[in-house]
Design a binder for this molecule. Structure first.
Ligand SMILES: NC(=O)c1ccc[n+]([C@@H]2O[C@H](COP(=O)([O-])OP(=O)(O)OC[C@H]3O[C@@H](n4cnc5c(N)ncnc54)[C@H](OP(=O)(O)O)[C@@H]3O)[C@@H](O)[C@H]2O)c1
Length: 339
């Protein structure tokens, strides 16, 4: 079977990770990567053997002038692709969509886009089937992916009456020097519910969930404090069993040294993982507390990498490369070392 030809539009925090993950798949081929600026990221992309395309004629000129080998512009890349993964900044994906429509190329968008950019929002372990054969799919944001992974597993095993979650959001990605806060906690948004709950409902459609969110001065990870009320009594062991069925959920224990998000990232660095990435949602086992019908837990989300496996699975779903969720997820996990 010929490999699916994939174009990457955007080579920032998410795009550079997704292109390397796609490149590891036996059934996919990276055709080219689009950027606007002739900076060192473009040089790295070329040094890794990817072909560089420009977002516009103007950026083609500036990249060529800077001595970079540019293969063409976005529209030319589209003629060579079956599917593109759009990893451009919030709102740019929606602006690019008419180009994809004109070229009759399928597209995976990211969580910074509004839900109506796509026919389905996506978290592989929850609703793979909904993305099958679609033209446009949106991989949801890092926070929504983290919440959907654990709540999706719990929802599959137990009857959930309601969920309340507080999200402590990282202020910026490590490379973003112009974002903050530096010395404050910011209710963001200042109203409750935050947009995260409705976003989870684009994936787990009738989940009764209310979320609130605060931005904190850290770049490492988000942290969620989650409270779930069930229709029946549950046990801690039953919850651990349910969550253990996913290789994209990793348990850690504070008694074993995992006393912060910093220690989780240090663990990934010491393991030798590329960029110190942690694509799994990380649940503190010692935070899991059951009181009658209620469960409490804390989990951490590595915003830079959690959506990477979802993008790979979304490519298989929209192109019909693999119709069984479990088979795609298992292949993605294996190739990305999530076992
Ligand atoms: N960062 C996160 O924590 C995170 C987590 C989950 C989801 N997301 C979502 O993922 C998407 C990408 O976010 P990001 O953080 O990866 O962004 P980013 O780091 O700012 O990277 C954006 C990339 O898009 C390129 N680009 C900008 N305008 C373009 C255009 N018109 N055409 C083609 N390429 C263009 C940029 O290239 P140049 O530098 O050359 O301009 C850059 O390579 C957003 O929807 C975001 O909400 C982000």
């Amino acid at each position: 079977m010929p490999k699916v030809r994939v174009g990457l539009v955007g080579y920032g925090t998410i795009g550079k990770r997704v292109v390397e993950a796609v490149n590891k798949q036996p059934d996919m081929q990276v055709v080219g990567v689009v950027k606007t600026k002739p900076d060192f990221f473009a040089q790295i992309l070329l040094s890794k053997g990817f072909e560089l395309y420009a977002a516009s004629r103007e950026s083609f000129e500036s990249m060529s002038k800077a001595g970079l080998e540019v293969k063409g512009v976005l529209e030319e890349l589209l003629t060579k692709c079956d599917v593109v993964v759009d990893c451009t900044p919030e709102g740019t994906g929606a602006k690019n969509k008419p180009l994809y429509e004109r070229a009759r190329v399928k597209a995976i968008f990211q969580g910074g886009e509004k839900r109506d950019v796509a026919e389905a929002s996506f978290v592989a372990e929850v609703n793979y089937q909904e993305a099958l054969d679609k033209t446009f799919v949106r991989v949801v944001s890092c926070n929504t992916t983290g919440l959907s992974r654990t709540l999706g597993r719990l929802n599959a095993e137990f009857e959930i009456k309601k969920v309340r979650a507080t999200i402590i959001r990282r202020g910026a990605d490590p490379v973003e020097t112009k974002r903050g806060p530096i010395n404050a906690l910011i209710p963001n948004p200042p109203h409750i519910p935050s947009h995260h709950g409705p976003d989870v409902q684009t994936v787990i459609h009738d989940l009764p969930i209310v979320t609130s969110a605060v931005i904190a001065p850290t770049t490492l990870m988000h942290l969620h404090v989650v409270n779930v009320e069930f229709a029946q009594k549950v046990t801690k062991d039953g919850v651990i069993d349910a969550l253990s069925r996913s290789k994209r959920i990793r348990f850690v224990d504070s008694s074993n040294g995992f006393d912060s998000t910093a220690s989780i990232i240090e663990f990934a660095r010491d393991l030798g993982r590329a960029r110190g990435d942690v694509p799994e949602v990380v649940v503190w086992r010692d935070s899991l507390t059951v009181m009658d019908n209620e469960l409490y837990y804390m989990q951490a989300v590595h915003q830079e990498s959690i959506v990477v496996p979802e993008n790979v699975d979304a490519i298989r779903a929209v192109t019909g490369l693999e119709r069984e969720a479990a088979r795609s997820i298992s292949l993605t996990n294996k190739t990305l070392g999530l076992e």
